[in-house]
Design a protein around this ligand. Structure first.
Ligand code: NAG
Ligand code: NAG
Ligand code: NAG
Length: 268
């Protein structure tokens, strides 16, 4: 594989974004997280680093912690020149499950936007997450069966929109399983569609959606702001959340949700 340097030297005056460039960026991200060395990444001078909706200096973020990566999956969007990575560090003394969007311009990282979940977050259980994630098959979609990016994105959007309108039909396939924190809906009947969400006590509007769509992987990742449930107590805040969808033939087959608790232990 070409190195980033080689690719940089070979690039023409026209900025272009290719899958191999994005694959190298995502691989460098995992390597950097494993070593705890953010400085090893090809960062743009204008880098925006955001963790759980808070802009930080990358030198004080999670990337400075060397973490064993027990599982990771990245998808690549050459249209927006972005990657979306889910990683699980269940075997770390301090376990994490993280979803990250990386935006790239001219082979340099301009944005790292992460939802970082750990103990006390919404039904957090890194070992449970790892167990189920390893059993799923997110196979690449054969060329003649790939959905348009609009179809893949609409499937994820509709799932989130349904939280604001419980009668809205959601394009769920069969089987379909949802992994939320360490909780898995597919454990009792792996052949069933267990993705549908029951109605929330009040309609929820999910805002601040940031997308990465990969048609080859049939995947859309959506970082978003979950309306904070303390609404019942008169609040209307949000909390950082992420949903990653595997879509085949327009229908959702897997959902991975990571949600941070604005208040510790909200999931207990
Ligand atoms: C981030 O922190 C590093 C090391 O502490 C410092 O050198 C750098 O100037 C900081 N960057 C910003 C944008 O504040
Ligand atoms: C909720 O969804 C249903 C089904 O799509 C639709 O008919 C209805 O107009 C929606 N309600 C609102 C308030 O948007
Ligand atoms: C609700 O949100 C608005 C806009 O962000 C804010 O001005 C208001 O103070 C919030 N109210 C409560 C009760 O949190």
């Amino acid at each position: 594989m070409l190195s980033l340097l080689t690719l940089a030297l070979a690039s023409t005056a026209t900025a272009h974004c290719t899958r191999p460039i994005l694959q190298e960026i995502a691989a460098a991200y995992i390597k950097s997280q494993t070593a705890g060395t953010p400085s090893s990444l090809p960062l743009a001078a204008s880098l925006k680093y955001i963790e759980n909706d808070i802009p930080l200096n990358i030198t004080s973020g999670i990337l400075t912690k060397a973490l064993p990566i027990d599982f990771h999956r990245s998808v690549y969007d050459t249209v927006t020149c972005s990657t979306y990575t889910e990683f699980n560090s269940a075997s770390a003394p301090h376990p994490y499950v993280v979803h990250t969007i990386i935006r790239v311009t001219d082979e340099k990282i301009t944005t790292i936007d992460s939802v970082v979940s750990d103990d006390g977050d919404w039904i957090f259980d890194a070992k449970g997450h790892l167990n189920w994630a390893l059993q799923e098959k997110w196979d690449p979609i054969p060329l003649d069966k790939q959905d348009k990016r609009e179809v893949i994105q609409a499937a994820g959007d509709t799932y989130l929109n349904q939280w604001g309108n419980s009668t809205m039909p959601v394009p769920l396939g069969t089987p379909c399983a949802r992994l939320e924190g360490g909780m898995y809906t597919g454990n009792r009947d792996p052949a069933a569609n267990t993705c549908r969400m029951p109605a929330f006590p009040q309609p929820l509007k999910v805002g601040n959606r940031r997308y990465v769509v990969d048609v080859e992987m049939g995947t859309v990742g959506i970082l978003n702001d979950f309306p904070w449930l303390e609404a019942s107590k008169g609040g209307n805040g949000t909390t950082p959340s992420s949903n990653m969808f595997y879509v085949v033939g327009g229908l959702i087959r897997y959902i991975h949700e990571v949600t941070v608790c604005a208040t510790r232990m909200c999931g207990r």
